[in-house]
Design a protein around this ligand. Sequence first.
Ligand code: SF4
Ligand code: SF4
Length: 442
Amino acid sequence: MPRSFFGGVHPKGYKALTRDAAIRPITPKQVCIAMSQHIGAPCVPLVGLGDTVTLGQKVGDGKGLCVPVHASVSGKVVAVEPRPHPGGTKILSVVIENDGMDTLCKDIAPRQNVDALSADELLAIIREAGIAGMGGAAFPTNVKLSSGLSKVDTVIVNAAECEPYISADDRLMREEPARIVGGLEIIKRILKPTRSAVGIEANKPEAVAAMQAQLPADTELLVLRTRYPQGAEKQLIQSVTGRCVPPGGLPAAVGCAVFNAATCAAVFDAVYEGMPLVRRVVTVSGDAIAKPANFLVPIGTPFSVLLEAAGGLSDKAYKLLCGGPMMGIAQHTTEAMTIKGCNALTCLTTAHKVAESTPHCIRCGRCITACPMHLMPLQIYKAQQSGNIEKLRYRNVVDCIDCGCCAYTCPAGIALAQSCRTAKRMLREADAKEKAAGGAGK
Ligand code: SF4
Ligand code: SF4
């Protein structure tokens, strides 16, 4: 029986714009494969200007906390240079002119001996396929799996997809549930949990039916309350198991490991088909786009190509977000590229512009009751505004999951979530300074 979590909000879903839009492939003329698409060290390019590359060929790799990146089309490398990244900066990228042939890399072939593979062999395959969390976090999946070995008793598939507008996982579950379930079975073989569950919000009845038809008897399907941020890792764990991840802790601290539905499908592709992560489903939606849609997108496709395929932006377009309206990152250019963690482009008109009147707190307390992490967003805002690092530490701002519930609920229109992001950056910088000063003193 699914439980609930503290706080949260219930924003209008706008899922109807795309929930019945079947996934359509998209073919860009050019892709920009960013060397940094995951949490950890960036890749180093393995190809140079003028090289010919095949679909699925490794074009970048690195050491430490790093997974490789691959060519998502076949063609010719026309540049290796910094290109606009959804994160807001320019990132070194391998730019490939698509020859339209999709010539497959010679190393890629379906595997016959999957049942005989050991956990270590499966982990190596997942690493080589470049899989990083596709729900947005982009943490290397092989590392998450390795660190959960002998600690995890519960594996959860995150299929909540709680952000408004986005239906990429919903469509994937409805159209290809077997890939998701096949990936989950591989994950279960590695982690050997005693319990496995798939959590889906109640607003996706067709996905619930499609997944239920595929799931084995030892995996539960939990229909969760439609409430944002149901799909946040810690909140999902609480809903499924009743366990609370301690402040600053990871899911493994309470015996859990959570994998996004699309990540599970990518694990299936890697293990059974030998195919690295080169494509993903992206929802393009919002009231500023002519024909909201779901696309199967080669990684590296510029956003401008997706927007054009969805009928183009309206004259009233005000904001373009990589992701949904609650946690998405505002884009300053349509030339940024699709990366592994990008599940949506949300295009909004001026109707969504928050009135920027004088933002005076009226002490209503709504931000506190909405915060699913039990934080005090107003106090964090005050400490951030005054640059009080000690107070930011005391207020546990590092536990903020950037869900945006506080800003959504604030009647005064105070940019509380933005303030929390800035506060975390201030704290990181202060810590780095302190560490450097300590090192210099030794
Ligand atoms: S303080 Fe952070 S975790 Fe709490 S509601 Fe605001 S954005 Fe979400
Ligand atoms: S929701 Fe806004 S107005 Fe209400 S207490 Fe929080 S910051 Fe103040």
